[in-house]
Design a protein around this ligand. Structure first.
Ligand code: ASP
Length: 587
C-alpha cells in the first residue's frame, strides 16, 4: 500500500498509530539533531520529524531531501508540542521510521506557497507546479463543487445532459469562429461551436424537453483582458415554457448554489429591471447594484444659465457620492483625468460639493447662483458632506456609459464594491436589434433565434429598432453571469427575422436551412439560457481573473505558454490538408 492516509487527514485521535504517507516535500528545516519535513498532497500538509539520535542514517537521508521531492514516509503519529493552529493537521506530527524517495525534483522555478514569488508568465509556463499551490487548487475544487451541484439541481428537475458535437459548421452571425480544416474534404472547414445554440434547439424539436450541458465554447474574439478564446458554459434549454418559468428555474439554481456553496440565503426574489431602466439609471446592461449612485437627469436645471458646455448637451446626468465632499482638488482632477481617458471619452467632469452648512460649491459657480445649485441639491437628494458629479454629452447613450464608468470608479474608491456582498438581478426586455456601425446594418442584440415580444410584432416592419425581445440576462455584482431568451419556433417568423437582419432568403437557407426545416416538423415552444461557468466560479471565489479558476488557461494574447500554442504546422501536415500559409511573419 502506497499510503494509509492522505497528508490532510491525521488528527490528535490518531496519535499512536503507525501510518504511511506519500507526497511532495513542501519544505524541510534542520534544528539541532532533528530534521522537520512538511509533506504535502492535494489534501493538506503534515509535519514529519526525523531524529538523528534514534536513527542517524534516516536523518541523513532526510537532510538530503530537496523541495518537491516525492517521498513515502512511514512513522508513528504523536501529539505535537508546539501546535500549528493554521492547519488542520497542526496538532500532530509523525516520527519517521522509514523514508523512501519516490522521485527527485529539480529546484522549482518559483516557490510553491500561497504567496508565491513567481510572476504570471512563469506560473503559466509551469502551470502544473502552480496547480500544486493550495490557493489555485482550491479554485478548481470549488469549480468541481459548483458543477456537481448544478448537475444535481438540474437532474432533479429532469434535465438531461446531452453532448453536442464540437466539429460543426461555421455560422458567421455573432463572433468570429475558430475553424478546423478537413483533410478528407480538401478546402473545407469545420468550425468550433461559439455555443451549442442551434443544436440545443434541435434537441427541443427532437422532444428532449429539458437539456443541459457543461460545455466548451470557442470564440475568436479580439483580445481583451480576462477573456479566454475557449470557455465553459452551462448551457440549458426547455420546452413548453414561458419566460417566467425559465427565470424561476434558474433563479432557483443560483439561490441553491449560493446557499450550498457560500452559505448565503436569498429569501427575496431577484430584482428585475428592464434593459431601458438599466441603461437610464446605470448606463449599463449589467449594473452593479451593490451600491446606489443611481443616475439623475438634471438637464432642465442646468441648462439656460450661460454655461455653453451644458447648454449644447443632449444629456446631462449626475450621481451623488454620499459623504465624498472631502474629495480634494487633486482627487477631483484625477477623476476628471479618469473620465477623459480615451477608453471613456468624456470631455470633462463638473462637480458640486454640499458644504457642512448646506450651501453648494461647484466647479461652475460663476454660471449658477445658489438658488439653482440648491435645486440641484434637492433633485439629487444630496445632504451636507455629499459630492455631486456631473457628466454631459451630445449623445445620451455615450454620456450614460461615461457616467457608468465614473459611478463604478467611485464605487471602488469609496469601498462600496465589497467582494463578500452579492447583488443579483435579472435584466429583461432587451432590444431585439442594435445598429452596427461596422456592418452598417441591424444586428441581433442577443442572437437571431431570439423571439420578439408578441406585443411588439407590429413594429417589426415599421420600426424594428424599437422592438423588444423576450431576452434576459442574470447579473451579479456588475457581471453578466448568464443570459438567454425565448426562441422563435415558427419557420415563417424565423425567416422574417433573418430578412430584417439583411439575409437574402438564399443566404438564410444556406446557413440556417437545417433549423428552419426542423421548425416545419412540429417545433415546440422553447427557450433557455447559458451561464458562463468561468465567470461564475470567479465570482464565488472572489477572484480578479477568470484564469485562476481554469486549469490550463491561455494568456491575454490567446497563447498557451506551457504548450507553446498556437504554432506553425509542419509542411507535411499542410500538404495533407492541401493548405498553403500566406501569413508573412510566422515566427
Ligand atoms: N447561446 C446563448 C449564448 O451563448 C445563450 C442562450 O441564448 O441560451 O449567449
Amino acid at each position: 500500500m502506497y499510503r494509509t492516509h492522505t497528508c490532510g487527514e491525521l488528527r490528535i485521535a490518531d496519535a499512536g498509530k503507525q501510518v504511511t504517507l506519500a507526497g511532495w516535500v513542501q519544505r524541510s528545516r534542520k534544528m539541532g539533531g532533528m530534521t522537520f519535513v512538511d509533506v504535502r498532497d492535494r489534501y493538506g500538509i503534515t509535519q514529519i520529524v526525523f531524529n538523528s539520535e534514534s536513527d542517524a542514517a534516516l536523518n541523513d537521508a532526510a537532510a538530503k531531501l530537496g523541495r518537491e521531492f516525492v517521498i513515502q514516509v512511514t512513522g508513528l503519529v504523536r501529539e505535537r508540542e508546539s501546535k500549528n493552529k493554521n492547519i488542520p493537521t497542526g496538532d500532530i506530527e509523525i516520527i519517521a521510521q522509514q523514508l523512501n524517495v519516490l522521485n527527485e525534483s529539480a529546484t522549482p522555478p518559483f516557490t510553491i506557497e500561497d504567496d508565491t514569488d513567481g510572476g504570471d508568465d512563469l506560473r503559466m509556463k509551469y502551470r502544473y507546479l502552480d496547480l500544486r499551490r493550495a490557493a489555485v487548487r482550491k479554485n478548481l475544487e470549488l469549480r468541481h463543487d459548483i458543477c456537481q451541484k448544478i448537475r444535481t439541481y438540474l437532474s432533479d428537475l429532469k434535465f438531461l445532459e446531452v453532448e453536442t458535437p464540437v466539429l460543426i459548421g461555421s455560422t458567421p452571425e455573432g463572433a468570429r469562429d475558430f475553424v478546423v480544416p478537413s483533410r478528407m474534404n480538401p478546402g473545407q472547414f469545420y468550425a468550433l461551436p461559439q455555443s451549442p445554440q442551434t443544436l440545443k434547439q434541435l434537441l427541443m424539436v427532437a422532444g428532449f424537453d429539458r437539456y443541459f450541458q457543461i460545455v466548451k465554447c470557442f470564440r475568436d474574439e479580439d483580445l481583451r483582458a480576462d477573456r479566454q478564446p475557449e470557455f465553459t458554459q452551462i448551457d440549458c434549454e426547455m420546452s413548453f415554457i414561458e419566460q417566467e418559468d425559465i427565470l424561476n428555474v434558474f433563479e432557483g439554481l443560483m439561490k441553491t448554489l449560493f446557499r450550498e456553496v457560500k452559505g448565503i440565503d436569498f429569501n427575496e426574489p431577484f430584482l428585475r429591471m428592464t434593459w431601458q431602466d438599466a441603461m437610464k439609471y446605470y448606463g449599463s446592461d449589467k449594473p452593479d447594484l451593490r451600491f446606489g449612485m443611481k443616475f439623475v437627469e438634471i438637464k432642465d436645471i442646468m441648462q439656460g444659465h450661460g454655461f455653453s458646455v451644458f447648454d449644447g448637451a443632449e444629456y446631462i446626468g449626475a450621481i451623488c457620492a454620499k459623504g465624498a465632499a472631502h474629495y480634494t482638488r487633486k482627487q477631483l482632477d484625477a477623476l476628471t483625468d479618469f473620465v477623459k481617458r480615451p477608453q471613456i471619452g468624456a470631455k470633462g467632469l463638473v462637480y458640486a460639493r454640499v458644504e457642512a452648512d448646506g450651501s453648494v460649491k461647484s466647479s461652475v459657480d460663476k454660471f449658477y447662483d445658489q438658488a439653482s445649485l440648491q435645486s440641484l441639491k434637492e433633485r439629487m437628494q444630496a445632504e451636507a458632506g455629499d459630492l455631486i458629479l456631473i457628466i454631459c454629452g451630445p449623445n445620451a447613450m455615450k454620456a450614460r456609459k461615461q457616467l457608468c464608468e465614473l459611478r463604478l470608479e467611485m464605487g471602488n474608491q469609496l469601498g462600496l464594491r465589497d467582494k463578500n456582498k452579492y447583488a443579483c438581478l435579472w435584466v429583461i426586455d432587451f432590444p431585439m436589434y442594435e445598429w452596427s456601425e461596422e456592418e452598417n446594418r441591424l444586428m441581433a442584440m442577443h442572437h437571431p433565434f431570439t423571439s420578439p415580444k408578441p406585443e411588439d410584432y407590429g413594429l417589426l416592419d415599421s420600426d424594428p429598432a424599437s422592438v423588444r425581445a423576450n431576452a434576459y440576462d442574470m447579473v451579479i455584482n456588475g457581471v453578466e453571469v448568464g443570459g438567454g431568451s425565448i426562441r422563435i419556433h415558427d419557420a415563417v417568423l424565423q425567416a422574417k427575422i433573418f430578412k430584417i437582419l439583411g439575409f437574402t432568403p438564399e443566404k438564410a437557407q444556406q446557413q440556417f436551412g437545417f433549423l428552419m426545416n426542423a421548425f416545419k416538423f412540429g417545433a415546440p415552444p422553447h427557450g433557455g439560457l447559458a451561464f458562463g461557468l468561468d465567470r461564475l466560479v470567479s465570482l464565488f471565489a472572489g477572484l480578479d481573473s477568470i484564469r485562476d479558476c481554469i486549469a490550463f488557461p491561455k494568456n491575454n494574447a490567446g497563447r498557451d505558454v506551457m504548450l507553446d500554442a498556437p504554432a506553425p504546422l509542419d509542411q507535411k501536415q499542410l500538404d495533407e490538408l492541401e493548405l498553403a500559409v500566406l501569413a508573412k511573419d510566422v515566427k
